[in-house]
Design a protein around this ligand. Structure first.
Ligand SMILES: Cc1cc2nc3c(=O)[nH]c(=O)nc-3n(C[C@H](O)[C@H](O)[C@H](O)COP(=O)(O)OP(=O)(O)OC[C@H]3O[C@@H](n4cnc5c(N)ncnc54)[C@H](O)[C@@H]3O)c2cc1C
Length: 845
């Protein structure tokens, strides 16, 4: 018995969130690929070599209540490489005094476990020490889930409960600043309440502190690589994801080197990186989410001394801007008697822009004041690490901005410490978010059908083909199986017979080097069926559609058909041949994609106000907009009828694919129109638009016959990948022709895309180039006279946009063709599809 195929999931981002999600999914038996842009896993918890020593980019500590994070350490088999205090004990030093105190818990139940120590916390006046208990109890009653709580500042709330500035500074911020990366006066009460409730008030042991005894890289990133490999996952480092695109049958993940479609994706990257790879709006998130969440910096000052100056593993600082000082000598591998101190400064907005020299001048006097034994010590090394985007800004109102793991797209989940975990941006939050994202994906897997992931928003919704059938016209309610046969005229039947291979085992639809013949045969097979379908229309509708398809003139007199390139039907027939089926069995699919294509052209012409197409006047300009809209609608309906009437047992699935494709095509058109209103459109966005607007239907053309004929999944997937590649190439070349094409050859108006100031692919590319100031200016305010359009076309060429088009198209074609190999496809069809691909890249019409 064959094993069911495992769902494939791509996890983007190898920080703690991505590592957690990837491991959980791999452990559940899914096929996981983790893509990380850097040369290592671990994200913000990374280390690097400086000479002989290992340096952590930032000092990290955790609490005993971080149970998810500790669970990850266990899963990675590295918990023994950390140290967790038996009882919380925090030595506190002050720049204002040589005296030290220790914040230490006792064995009483929470919240009394800190009472003795707090009463001795001599940096606060006694009266304030006595207020700590009542304030802590009140904090325990705050509901972090309440939006009104999230809207308040922690500092303001503390003061309203009687806390003084001094107690905020030496107690509440001592703990809060490091965990929240924000001052009390700029921090959401909800986040602060979570930290104190879970970390201080829930359990006496919750706040016991832990830290790594080895470099963080070893603890997380390296161990994760080993664990993922052992779990059978692929980890690809130095793989920067540039775009994540929704597809009909999955999620396409594009890196700088290649692209692949997965059943689902977990995007475990920070918010700014997320919006660079996918439009947040497409996930149901605000487009400016990253800006609204904001970032908060942390700096670490590293000092190597010739002798030890601190006897404890760390010291917390009061009356000092240096918040926490860690002794990392042993973990970094620094030889005695030297001591290596790392000083962590959170919410470092004022310091992040300073140079190393300025920070040295700032830090060392404070360090000497805090640690008196430093007076005689020689500084052997001093350097700084900066994380300008260490965490999101834990500001009031941030809770409502943090999205859950589940997005509006069922098979794309989010992870990251910045998502809605309830925790501030911490290692615990990151791990929790990874689990949540994995749960979203595993819930999909448990529905049983991965094919439905990208299609059904809720499991209770009727399947699209059920909806279509409910509204299907009477023509389909009798014997649907009869329709395609009746659509075929004697010519077609002849063509079917004559294209059988001599052996009779496999149909030989196209001989490898005969693209022209393939087009002729496509016409022979598809045109009669197309005519038959159009003949089911009546009156003006029939005339207009027949005119658009090139069968008649505006008066209804037959004309010699041009009918366009027939690219999509040709792909459909070749696709059928590729999976070993008789191309004649894919005629209904070929007719359907041609009809959907033409429906979109007629509507496109209205929107773009294009007056000519295929050397003839466009429908709206012969008749009017309303007539053209209805003609387009009629072709759309005919397309659906044709596929659903196919006798194949898979007709409903094919109808479903066609409907989803049309929806995608419309989405692409909406994006295209939206881009025209916008001042800036990135190349990534433009690629996503092209993939939807053009790529979707071309992909459907190659995939639909595979669906209709019940081909194997890998064959279908190879054909879809091929379709996407040539879809992109087609659009790039189309955009090239929209600027530089010869109207006599293309049959379109001169410089049509430039005249409309369309954000096409070469234009988006060119606008991102360094020397594009003039071009940007023209797009903002320039005129569209013929002379100006010629000048701008020349300027685009000068910037290299035409060359870029050619090389992009070639690269896409290369990817498309390579996908055809290794999926057990018919060799002659593969050669035919390869010829079509090269035709697409090299066409001039
Ligand atoms: C200096 C500092 C000190 C800290 N101290 C503590 C502490 O003491 N205790 C604590 O609990 N937390 C601490 N934190 C916070 C903690 O480190 C983070 O919350 C947590 O590591 C975030 O993990 P993450 O997986 O959500 O994100 P990240 O670690 O940011 O991981 C995201 C990953 O995605 C990758 N990526 C981004 N874009 C792409 C792309 N296009 N393609 C592929 N990969 C991409 C990135 O390279 C990165 O590896 C600290 C953070 C800093 C910076």
């Amino acid at each position: 018995m064959t094993q069911p195929q495992r769902a494939s999931v791509c996890v983007v981002g190898g920080g703690l969130a991505g590592i957690t999600a990837a491991l959980e999914l791999a452990d559940a038996g899914l096929e996981v690929t983790l893509l990380e842009s850097r040369a290592r896993l671990g994200g913000l918890t990374h280390s690097f070599r400086r000479g002989e020593m290992w340096v952590d980019g930032g000092q990290h500590a955790f609490l005993r209540c971080c149970t998810s994070y500790i669970g990850l350490l266990d899963r990675l088999g590295v918990r023994h490489l950390t140290y967790l205090q038996d009882r919380l004990e925090v030595p506190i030093a002050s720049e204002a005094s040589d005296r030290r105190t220790v914040l230490r818990r006792n064995n009483l139940p929470a919240p009394l476990h800190l009472s003795g120590s707090l009463l001795r916390h001599s940096w606060m006046p006694l009266q304030q020490r006595l207020r700590v208990g009542p304030i802590a109890l009140a904090l325990g009653r705050v509901d972090p889930a309440d939006p009104a709580v999230d809207a308040q500042t922690f500092g303001g709330w503390l003061r309203s409960k009687g806390a003084s500035d001094r107690s905020i500074e030496v107690l509440w911020e001592l703990i809060g600043k490091a965990t929240l990366n924000a001052d009390a006066d700029h921090c959401s009460l909800a986040l602060a309440a979570t930290v104190f409730q879970l970390g201080m008030l829930a359990d006496k042991g919750a706040s016991d502190l832990g830290w790594a005894r080895v470099p963080l890289q070893q603890l997380h990133g390296d161990a994760a690589e080993r664990a993922l490999a052992a779990a059978g996952s692929a980890v690809r480092l130095r793989s920067k994801v540039s775009a994540v695109l929704r597809e009909r049958t999955g999620v396409r993940v594009v890196t700088d080197l290649d692209e692949q479609v997965y059943d689902a994706a977990v995007l475990a990257v920070p918010p700014a990186a997320l919006s660079r790879v996918i439009d947040p709006a497409s996930l149901g998130l605000p487009t400016d989410l990253a800006e609204r969440l904001g970032v908060s910096p942390i700096i670490n000052v590293h000092v190597v001394l010739d002798r030890p100056v601190v006897d404890t593993e760390f010291v917390a600082a009061v009356d000092s801007p240096l918040q926490w000082v860690f002794d990392r000598t042993a973990a970094a591998g620094v030889p005695g008697p030297q001591q290596y101190l790392a000083v962590s400064v959170s919410a470092a907005d004022d310091l992040i822009g300073l140079t190393n020299a300025q920070l040295r001048e700032w830090a060392l006097p404070h360090l000497r004041a805090l640690l008196p034994r430093m007076a005689d010590a020689e500084v052997l090394d001093f350097f700084v690490t900066r994380e300008p985007e260490a965490t999101f800004r834990a500001a009031p109102g941030s809770a409502r901005l943090r999205p859950p793991a589940r997005t509006a797209v069922p098979n794309i989940a989010l992870a990251g410490a910045w998502t809605a975990t309830g925790w501030p941006a911490t290692m615990e939050g990151a791990v929790l978010s990874g689990h949540s994202a994995a749960e979203v994906v595993l819930a999909l897997e448990s529905t049983g059908s991965r094919y439905t992931w990208s299609r059904y928003e809720t499991s209770s919704a009727p399947a699209p083909h059920e909806v279509l059938l409910r509204f299907a016209p009477p023509i389909l309610r009798g014997d649907p199986a009869a329709l395609p046969q009746s659509l075929l005229d004697p010519h077609t039947a002849l063509a079917r017979r004559s294209t059988r291979s001599p052996s009779g085992t496999r149909p030989a639809y196209v001989s490898p080097d005969q693209l022209g013949r393939a087009q002729d045969l496509t016409r022979a097979l598809v045109t009669p069926a197309l005519r038959k379908a159009v003949d089911t229309l009546a009156g003006l509708e029939h005339l207009v559609v027949a005119y658009h398809l090139g069968f008649v003139d505006t008066q209804g007199n037959p004309v010699r058909e041009d009918g366009g390139k027939k690219l999509r039907p040709m792909l459909a027939l070749l696709g059928a041949q590729a999976v070993g089926a008789d191309p004649a069995h894919a005629v209904s699919g070929a007719v359907a994609v041609e009809l959907v294509h033409n429906f979109s052209l007629v509507h496109d012409d209205i929107m773009d106000r294009d007056r000519t197409r295929r050397h003839r006047e466009t429908v709206w300009s012969v008749w009017d907009d309303a007539t053209a809209i209805l003609a387009g609608d009629a072709m759309h309906a005919l397309a659906v009828e044709t596929v659903l009437a196919d006798p194949s047992a898979h007709a409903a699935e094919a109808g479903h694919l066609l409907a989803a494709t049309t929806r995608e095509l419309i989405r692409g058109q909406v994006l295209d129109m939206d881009f025209e209103q916008r001042e800036q459109v990135s190349l990534t966005e433009c690629h996503a638009m092209a993939a939807a607007k053009t790529g979707a239907l071309i992909t459907c053309s190659t995939e639909l016959p595979a669906v209709l004929t019940g081909a194997r999944r890998e064959q279908r997937s190879a054909l879809a990948t091929y379709g996407r590649g040539i879809g992109l190439a087609f659009q790039v070349v189309d955009d090239l022709l929209g600027i530089w094409g010869d109207p006599d050859v293309t049959g379109k108006s001169n410089h049509s895309d430039l005249r409309a100031k369309k954000r096409s692919l070469p234009i988006c590319w060119a606008l991102e180039q360094p020397g594009a100031a003039e071009l940007r200016q023209w797009f903002a305010t320039g005129e569209t006279t013929d002379a100006e359009l010629v000048r701008i076309a020349t300027e685009l060429d000068r910037l290299g946009a035409k060359d870029w088009c050619r090389s992009s198209a070639d690269a896409a074609i290369g990817r498309a063709v390579s996908a055809l190999h290794g999926a057990d496809l018919d060799e002659a069809a593969v050669t035919g599809l390869t010829e079509v691909a090269h035709f697409v890249a090299g066409r001039n019409t």
